[in-house]
Design a protein around this ligand. Structure first.
Ligand code: ADP
Length: 397
């Protein structure tokens, strides 16, 4: 089966075409600066065929260029657009309605639209992508894969906020969690690598990238996660605060006159590691400056380590037993020093990693040392593959 995976942002459209029978990525690329000056790249297999500025007035035009490239007689990878059996879309917010991926019916589309209020930066572009695909590929099954669905197994004591219940009942204000497709992918890989039934495993999955979240997976299913109603909560991130006292919002408002939404925007875009280091939100830049003796970069890095330890410790206590810890995403897969320092402080709970095995980047590796009672893994995430697997399963039904 041939599956096109589409991940639409407000001005971008990432795509990957999978041949599920051969388990191969046939082509992939990115259309960016849509409705601005426009840029597109296209790789067939591992080879970049083009990487060029091109007018992309809207997502529909971008998608048409993607289809044109995929079916091009010279460098295309399929003969005809009807060879695409189904399209899988990444959708950030599925609210409380979707605990699994769904074929996109008018009702599902309407619900994605309704949940835009909870993910105003993410759901509207996903809908634009879905509608563009419907137009360009009208007869092809479309599937929505929600970032929130993996977290729908959280119990009430994890997802409810301790505020008057009417806010939950009337406005569905609660913890939803994000990065669910990534947490699910690495959980499933970890279960396979452990060779046990998922119900026997308590796992802590650490998705550490520009946006970061940590999830407690109890008996194979999500029990708690560090992001909240929005992706602002939890760990300190590249430009996001993570958890802080909400009174800071009204205090800044009273002191400076900044509106609540401007303060939240500052918390999302100008805070976190960027604000503390004063240099960058990129962990590579921060680590380099810290190694050169920059004090603020050193604090930023310490805050990141502390934040990761904090959630692992909390979730270990909440679950009562941990069988495995997984590191994934840009930082989790690549930052050898972070894994060493975080795991080094978890020896009291049976975590012990092997320095040589830990000397790895972006490769699926078990880094557990002899004598550990908790297994530790580096598992590169693959959200696109997870979306393709779900899409294939639903399109085949
Ligand atoms: P996104 O959330 O945008 O998908 P990524 O998962 O790509 O982010 O992660 C980006 C982060 O990964 C950046 O902070 C970057 O510094 C970090 N990163 C990437 N490569 C390395 C590396 N070799 N060592 C340390 N950190 C890295």
């Amino acid at each position: 089966m041939i599956i096109l995976v589409v991940n639409t942002g407000s001005s971008s459209l990432k795509y990957q075409l999978f041949d599920m029978d051969k388990k191969e990525v046939l082509a992939k690329g990115l259309c960016e600066r849509i409705a601005e000056d426009g840029h597109m790249d296209y790789k067939a297999g591992d080879k970049t065929v083009f990487d060029k500025d091109i007018a992309l007035p809207n997502h529909g035009v971008a998608l048409q260029y993607v289809i044109d490239a995929l079916t091009d007689s010279e460098y295309g990878v399929i003969a005809d657009m009807n060879d695409i059996n189904a399209v899988g879309h990444r959708v950030v917010q599925g609210g409380h309605l979707f605990n699994k991926s769904m074929v996109i019916t008018p009702e599902v589309e309407e619900a994605i639209d309704r949940f835009s209020v909870l993910a105003p930066l993410h759901n509207p572009p996903a809908l634009v992508g879905i509608r563009a695909c419907k137009q360009v590929l009208p007869n092809t099954t479309q599937v929505a894969v929600f970032d929130t669905s993996f977290h729908q197994t959280m119990p009430e004591e994890s997802y409810l906020y301790p505020i008057p219940m009417e806010y939950y009942e009337k406005y569905q204000i609660r913890k939803y969690g994000m990065h669910g497709t990534s947490h699910r992918y690495v959980t499933e890989r970890c279960v396979e690598l452990c060779g046990k039934d998922r119900s026997e495993l308590n796992i802590i999955t650490c998705h550490l990238g520009n946006g970061s979240s940590i999830t407690a997976v109890k008996n194979g299913y999500c029990y708690n996660t560090s992001m909240g109603m929005t992706p602002l909560d939890g760990l300190i991130m590249g430009t996001r605060t993570g958890t802080l006292d909400p009174s800071v919002v009204s205090f800044i408002n009273e002191q400076t006159g900044m509106s609540a939404s401007d303060v939240i925007s500052m918390f999302n875009k100008k805070s976190g590691l960027l604000a503390v280091s004063g240099i960058s939100g990129d962990v590579r830049d921060i680590s380099k400056a810290a190694a050169e003796g920059n004090h603020r970069a050193q604090i930023a890095r310490e805050m990141l380590l502390k934040s990761v330890r904090h959630f692992i410790g909390a979730y270990a206590a909440e679950m009562g037993r941990v069988d495995a810890i997984v590191f994934t995403a840009g930082i989790g897969e690549n930052d050898i020093d972070l894994r060493e320092k975080v795991c080094g402080s978890l020896e009291f709970m049976g975590v012990k990693i092997d320095a040589e095995k830990n000397n790895t980047r972006g490769k699926e590796t078990e880094i557990t040392a002899p004598g550990a009672t908790v297994r530790t893994f580096v598992i590169p995430t693959n959200e696109e593959l997870m979306i393709a697997i779900d899409t294939e399963a639903l399109a085949g039904e």
